[in-house]
Design a protein around this ligand. Structure first.
Ligand code: SF4
Ligand code: SF4
Length: 298
């Protein structure tokens, strides 16, 4: 089984639209939307949810008002300023409370509270889903806004997608990865058999590409590069392909700028599902070339 990951140095490069087109071109894959902070593959693939599970991760302190004596020890030891102190009540007790968005879940206040007035429940950070789509099964997730541990959720989505591929004897897991080079991207990349970096011909794009390719190289994952909207700046596109080669990656194609790209998104369809076009041909060529590198039969 091969895990192929599509990533970008930043959001908005067309990564998800490309993933949807690849899914349409290779419907025997298991799909995994690992862009859990801003999942949007479902907008194109319109999944029917078959299984839904809570994602719990980390803990947060909650002060029990009845048990709190107002001694102030928790506020002293909290290094994150997460404890709020109210005005004294009629008995002179200053009620303490935890601001949930400021609590880092370190547990220091829990250990230090002399009245044992602080609960430390596991946090519900989101949900993950196993769904059916017109192009095969999809594992996807929703992170509660402001929640952390998205890297952990990415790992969970990947693991579920791998298990499903094994159960259904599918040879490819296509992963729509998160943008950037942070923890969620590392969680999406490690152990994968191929990565495709989708980028655009801009100075910022070149900088991001450099960082992402360094990451792929660090994890020894064969990297391919696709220049989206290459014709907006052909010289910059050529320069970036040259830089990609120098970094050990393989340019696998260029995709022209075309309004049909966003038109397909608005219709909830992959580009290759819309009427035949040069844009669709560009995307097919990228998929075929990437398959040649990864050893997948297109
Ligand atoms: S340490 Fe415990 S008892 Fe003291 S103020 Fe904090 S929660 Fe209340
Ligand atoms: S768990 Fe840590 S961060 Fe949260 S309120 Fe307690 S001491 Fe502060």
């Amino acid at each position: 089984m091969k895990e192929l990951v599509i990533i970008s140095g930043k959001g908005g490069t067309g990564k998800t639209s490309l993933t949807a087109s690849f899914a349409a071109l290779y419907p025997s894959a298991v799909l995994a939307d690992c862009d859990v902070d801003a999942a949007d593959l479902h907008l194109i693939l319109q999944p029917k949810i078959r299984r839904r599970e809570k994602f719990r991760s980390g803990h947060a302190a909650v002060i029990c008002a009845e048990a709190c004596t107002g001694c102030g020890r928790c506020a002293e030891v909290c290094r994150f300023g997460a404890i709020a102190v109210a005005e004294p009540d009629e008995t002179g007790r200053r009620l303490h409370s935890v601001a949930p968005t400021a609590c880092e879940g370190c547990g220091v206040c829990v250990w230090n509270c002399p009245a044992q007035a602080i609960d430390f429940p596991e946090q519900e950070c989101g949900e993950w889903f196993l769904s059916g789509t017109r192009h095969g099964p999809l594992v996807h997730a929703r992170l509660v806004p402001g929640s952390e541990n998205s890297g952990k959720l990415v790992s969970l989505v990947r693991e579920q997608a791998r298990q499903l591929a094994q159960q259904e004897d599918r040879e490819v897991v296509l992963v729509d990865g998160p943008p950037g080079v942070g923890c969620p991207v590392i969680a999406a990349l490690t152990g994968a058999q191929g990565v495709l970096v989708v980028t655009e011909p801009t100075v910022a794009g070149e900088h991001d590409l450099h960082r992402v390719l360094q990451l792929a190289d660090h994890f020894r994952i064969p990297a391919a590069v696709c220049l989206n909207k290459w014709d907006l700046h052909p010289e910059q596109a050529a320069r970036m392909e040259k830089a990609a080669r120098a970094a050990g990656a393989t340019p696998v194609g260029r995709i022209r700028y075309d309004d049909a790209f966003t038109a397909a998104q608005r219709q909830g369809r992959a580009v290759v599902e819309t009427e035949a076009s040069a844009l669709g041909d560009d995307i097919r060529a990228v998929w075929t070339n990437w398959c040649a590198i990864t050893g997948v039969t297109p």
